[in-house]
Ligand binder design. Structure first.
Ligand SMILES: NC(=O)c1ccc[n+]([C@@H]2O[C@H](COP(=O)([O-])OP(=O)(O)OC[C@H]3O[C@@H](n4cnc5c(N)ncnc54)[C@H](OP(=O)(O)O)[C@@H]3O)[C@@H](O)[C@H]2O)c1
Ligand SMILES: *[C@@H]1O[C@H](CO)[C@@H](O)[C@H](O)[C@H]1NC(C)=O
Ligand SMILES: *[C@@H]1O[C@H](CO)[C@@H](O)[C@H](O)[C@H]1NC(C)=O
Ligand SMILES: *[C@@H]1O[C@H](CO)[C@@H](O)[C@H](O)[C@H]1NC(C)=O
Ligand SMILES: *[C@@H]1O[C@H](CO)[C@@H](O)[C@H](O)[C@H]1NC(C)=O
Ligand SMILES: *[C@@H]1O[C@H](CO)[C@@H](O)[C@H](O)[C@H]1NC(C)=O
Ligand SMILES: *[C@@H]1O[C@H](CO)[C@@H](O)[C@H](O)[C@H]1NC(C)=O
Length: 349
C-alpha cells in the first residue's frame, strides 16, 4: 500500500513537473533580432493574433507587449486589424519601438479574385490601403503575401484551406501562377519603394512560387510557413531554399496545426490529477524540457529558433506569453536537437 502511494505521488510529481509552465517567472532576457537582407532588424519572436476578434486582438496586443514581446503578427483576413491598431495605440508604445507584420490576401483565396492578373493586382492594392487604414498606421514594418495564387477559386472563398495551396502542402498550381505572383509582388514592391512598408515577403510559398520572382528588383526577404516539431527541420526544403537565397524563414503554428496547439507537442492531460489516465503523447518535448527546467512549449519554440528560424506564436494567457519569451537562457544539446529533428507527428490539417 505504502509502496503504491509513493509510486502514485512520484507519478503526480512527474506530471506536475511536465506542466509547470504556469509558475511565475521574472521578465525574460530580451529577444534577439534577425537582420533582413535590407538591414531591417526583426525581433525573432512575434505574438500572433489569428482567430481573435477585434476586442480580443486589442487586449492580446497589450498583453503581448506587457509580457515583453516587441513584434505582433496579424493579417488583413484575420478581420481584426482595427482591434490590433487600437491595441497598438492603447499600449502607448512609441511607433519605432515595436515591429508589426501584416499580410495581404493571396489571389484566388481570401476573397481576392484570381479571374485576371489585372484584377489580382488592383485588389491587392486596395487591400493594402485598407490594411494601413484599419491598423491606423502610416507604415507597416513587414507585409507578406499571405498565400500563393490558388486555382479554380472565383475569389469568394474566405479560406484557402480546401485548396492545394494550403500549408503545409504549399502549392503554386494556378495556371497563371507566375503572372499572379509577379502582379502581387509588384504591389508590395511599389509600397516598399514609397516607404509604406519597411520590408516585404511572402507566406506559404513553395520554392517553385519563389522561383517566379527570380530576377525581381527586390526579392522576398521573409517566407512565413508552418513549421513545428514533428514536421522535420526542413519540410519541403523551405529552410535550405531560404538559406541559399538569403530569405529569413519564419515559422507559424509552432505548437502544431490549427491554431490550438497539438497534443503531440503540448502534451495531453496537463492539469489532470488522475495518474492512470496520463497520455504519453507530447512526451518527447516534455521529457527534453524536464532536463532544462523548461516546458514542452518552450522546447518546441527553442527547437525552431535553434535552427535560426524566427517564429510567430500565439497565446491568450499572460503566463504563457511570458514563458514563450523565456527561451534564450539555455541551449538544447545536439542529441536533443537531433531527436526533435527526427520526430514525425501527423499534422492535423
Ligand atoms: N501565414 C499563415 O498562413 C499563418 C497561419 C497560421 C498562423 N499564423 C500566425 O502564427 C501565429 C501562431 O500560430 P497559431 O495561432 O496557429 O498558434 P500556436 O502558437 O501554434 O498555438 C496556439 C495555442 O497554443 C497554446 N499555447 C501557447 N503558448 C503556450 C504555452 N506556453 N503553454 C501551453 N500552451 C500554449 C495557446 O493556448 P493559450 O492561449 O491558452 O495559451 C493556443 O491554444 C498565428 O496567431 C498567426 O499570427 C500564420
Ligand atoms: C470576441 O470574442 C470573445 C471571446 O470569444 C467574446 O467573448 C466576445 O463577445 C467577442 N466580441 C465580439 C464583439 O464578437
Ligand atoms: C488613429 O490614430 C490617431 C493618433 O495616432 C488618433 O488620433 C485617431 O483617433 C486614430 N483613429 C482611429 C480611427 O482610431
Ligand atoms: C468578399 O467581398 C465582397 C465584395 O466586396 C463582400 O461583400 C463580402 O463580404 C466579402 N466576403 C468576405 C468573406 O470577406
Ligand atoms: C472544405 O472542406 C470542408 C471539410 O474539410 C467541407 O466541409 C467544405 O464543404 C469544403 N468547402 C468547399 C468550398 O469545398
Ligand atoms: C512517447 O509517446 C509515444 C507516442 O506518442 C510512444 O510511442 C513512446 O513509447 C512514448 N515514450 C515513452 C518513453 O513513454
Ligand atoms: C545561425 O546564425 C548564426 C549567425 O548568423 C550562425 O553563426 C550559426 O551558425 C547559425 N546556426 C545555424 C544552425 O544555422
Amino acid at each position: 500500500m505504502a509502496r503504491w502511494v509513493s509510486g502514485a505521488a512520484a507519478a503526480v510529481a512527474l506530471i506536475l513537473q511536465g506542466c509547470s509552465d504556469d509558475s511565475p517567472t521574472p521578465r525574460p532576457p530580451s529577444v534577439p533580432a534577425v537582420t533582413l537582407r535590407n538591414g531591417v532588424q526583426m525581433p525573432m519572436l512575434a505574438a500572433g493574433t489569428w482567430q481573435y476578434n477585434d476586442s480580443v486582438a486589442e487586449d492580446a496586443v497589450v498583453a503581448a507587449f506587457n509580457a515583453g514581446f516587441q513584434h505582433i503578427d496579424t493579417a488583413y483576413d484575420y478581420h481584426n486589424q482595427v482591434g490590433v491598431g487600437k491595441g497598438l495605440k492603447r499600449s502607448g508604445k512609441a511607433r519605432g519601438s515595436f515591429f508589426l507584420t501584416s499580410k495581404v490576401p493571396g489571389c484566388g483565396s481570401q476573397n481576392v479574385s484570381a479571374k485576371s492578373v489585372e484584377q489580382c493586382k488592383t485588389e491587392t492594392e486596395d487591400k493594402l490601403v485598407i490594411d494601413l487604414q484599419q491598423l491606423n498606421l502610416t507604415y507597416i514594418d513587414l507585409v507578406l503575401v499571405h498565400f500563393p495564387p490558388c486555382p479554380g477559386d472565383d475569389g469568394t472563398a474566405e479560406s484557402p484551406s480546401n485548396s492545394s495551396c494550403y500549408a503545409p502542402h504549399s502549392g503554386c498550381t494556378h495556371p497563371q501562377a507566375c503572372d499572379m505572383i509577379r502582379a502581387q509582388w509588384s504591389v508590395l514592391t511599389n509600397a516598399y519603394k514609397k516607404q509604406q512598408i519597411r520590408a516585404i515577403g511572402v507566406s506559404n510559398y513553395c520554392s517553385a512560387c519563389l522561383e517566379c520572382l527570380a530576377g525581381s528588383e527586390v526579392f522576398p526577404m521573409v517566407n512565413q510557413v508552418q513549421l513545428h516539431v514533428g514536421m522535420g527541420s526542413d519540410p519541403e526544403g523551405f529552410r535550405t531554399f531560404a538559406e541559399k537565397h538569403q530569405i529569413k524563414l519564419q515559422a507559424y503554428s509552432p505548437f502544431g496545426s490549427g491554431g490550438h496547439g497539438s497534443e503531440e507537442i503540448l502534451k495531453a492531460g496537463c492539469g489532470m490529477s488522475i495518474p492512470w489516465h496520463v497520455d504519453m503523447r507530447g512526451n518527447l518535448t516534455t521529457s527534453i524540457g524536464n532536463k532544462y527546467g523548461k516546458s514542452a512549449a518552450q522546447v518546441a519554440l527553442k527547437w525552431i529558433v535553434s535552427h535560426n528560424v524566427s517564429v510567430a506564436t500565439k497565446s491568450a494567457n499572460p503566463a504563457h506569453l511570458k514563458a514563450n519569451l523565456d527561451i534564450f537562457d539555455f541551449t538544447l544539446s545536439d542529441g536533443d536537437l537531433t531527436s526533435l529533428d527526427k520526430a514525425t507527428f501527423a499534422s492535423e490539417d
